[in-house]
Structure formats: C-alpha cells, structure tokens
Design a protein around this ligand. Sequence first.
Ligand SMILES: Nc1ncnc2c1ncn2[C@@H]1O[C@H](COP(=O)(O)OP(=O)(O)OP(=O)(O)O)[C@@H](O)[C@H]1O
Length: 238
Amino acid sequence: MHAPGQADHIAIRARDVTLSLGTRDAPVEILKGIDLDIARGESIAILGASGSGKSSLMAVLSGLERASGGSVQVGGVDYGTLNEDELARARRGHVGIVLQAFHLLPTMTALENVAVPLELSGAADAFARAEAELVAVGLGHRLDHYPAQLSGGEQQRVAIARAVAPRPEILFADEPTGNLDASTGASVTDLLFERHRAAGATLLIITHDPALAERCQCVVEMSDGRIVSERRAEAAAV
Ligand SMILES: Nc1ncnc2c1ncn2[C@@H]1O[C@H](COP(=O)(O)OP(=O)(O)OP(=O)(O)O)[C@@H](O)[C@H]1O
C-alpha cells in the first residue's frame, strides 16, 4: 500500500479533493478541488475566513470524513481504498487530534484521559507512558484531577498529551488556542511546537492567528473551499 520513491517523504498528499455534504436534493460543495503535499515532519498552518472549509479539510485529511472525490494519501496509504475498519486502524496511533474545545472525558482524571485510549490501543505500559506525557506538558502535579478541576490551559495540555502519547506521525490541531486567553494560548502553542519537534511529527494547525501561522514552515490560505495561496518559509522561526 506504500507508494514508492519520492512519495516516501510525503506525510499527506491530497489530489483534487472534493467534499460535498448536505442532502442529495440540496448538496453543499464544501471542498472544491484541493491539491496539497505536506512533507514528513513539516509544520503547516491553514488560515482562512470562517466557513472557508478549514475544519472540513482537516476532517478529510485526518480520515474522520471521507472525501467525495479525488484522493487522500496519508503515509503512502490511500484512504479511498480502505473500508471503515481499515480506516479506523490507519488513524489509530498514526494521527493525533487536538480540538479547540479540548473534548476530555469529564468522568476520568487527567491521567485516565491520556492512559485509557493508549490502553485501548493495546499499549502494555499505558499508565506509565501517560504519566510521562503529562509530566512533559507540565502537569505532573495534576494527574488525579478531573477536567472540571483544571483550567482551560491545563485541559488543553492534557488534550495535547493525549494526542501525542501514541507517538502519531501526524498531529492535527483545530484552533488549539481558540478558547484560551492570549498568554495561556502562547504557552500552549509553545508546548505544541515543542512536542511536535520532540516527536518528529508532522503538525497541521488550523488557526485564525497570523502570529501562530508564522511559526509554521508552510502557510496555506483557504477561501470558499479552495486553497488560494501556499507559502513556504526558507527557515521557519519556531
Ligand atoms: N454537515 C454539513 N452539512 C452542510 N454544510 C456543512 C456541513 N458541515 C460544514 N458545512 C459548511 O461547510 C462550510 C465550511 O465549514 P468549515 O467548518 O470547514 O469551515 P471553517 O473554515 O473551519 O470555519 P470556522 O473558521 O468558522 O471554523 C461552511 O459553510 C459550513 O456551513
């Protein structure tokens, strides 16, 4: 399933990707022919006005949503050739996702929020690894706290630890600082880049924040379901 040759350094390859949602009688064209290559280990920011299709693109590239047309290859695997189980397996452990609203399970402690998904994916040392990840994001003293007992910034740190713990090749973050004040957001951003570099993972961030985008090696701008500009920095100021 792996494409040979130069595709090996490509983490994500999208070709003429379309996404149409809504009903059969009233379809809504959301993505209108996306072409994008993201190299392994690269950091990439997706900018664009509200409704331009950023979250939809992330959903398709992360395998949460199937493209209506075109092709999406992640790590050389063509998502279009996979059935639902294979797609879930391709995602599990390979793709980490951080969302604006944290999405921690309220009945689990910080440690359990990170460890339980790891355990479910078959990791033998899930709790030890989860603890190490939480220490790495500065939450070694909050392991037994429930989400409601944590600040927004701390909850997002737990979400980052959870996303990074399975050592995914690709980290997706959709407005990861959108619910945080500026200084908490800045420290969460620092942490995201630090974990991205430490793990050598490809990082794709959706953001409205131009300063955050400037820290990425590639900045893509979307408008009305299309990529309207793509800019790569010579050396990103991370
Ligand atoms: N299930 C759906 N059915 C119909 N239209 C949808 C559906 N989901 C999203 N859309 C539409 O698709 C367009 C793109 O939405 P998307 O959430 O990808 O935009 P976005 O750029 O991430 O916006 P924001 O910055 O506000 O989060 C919007 O016009 C939205 O209303």
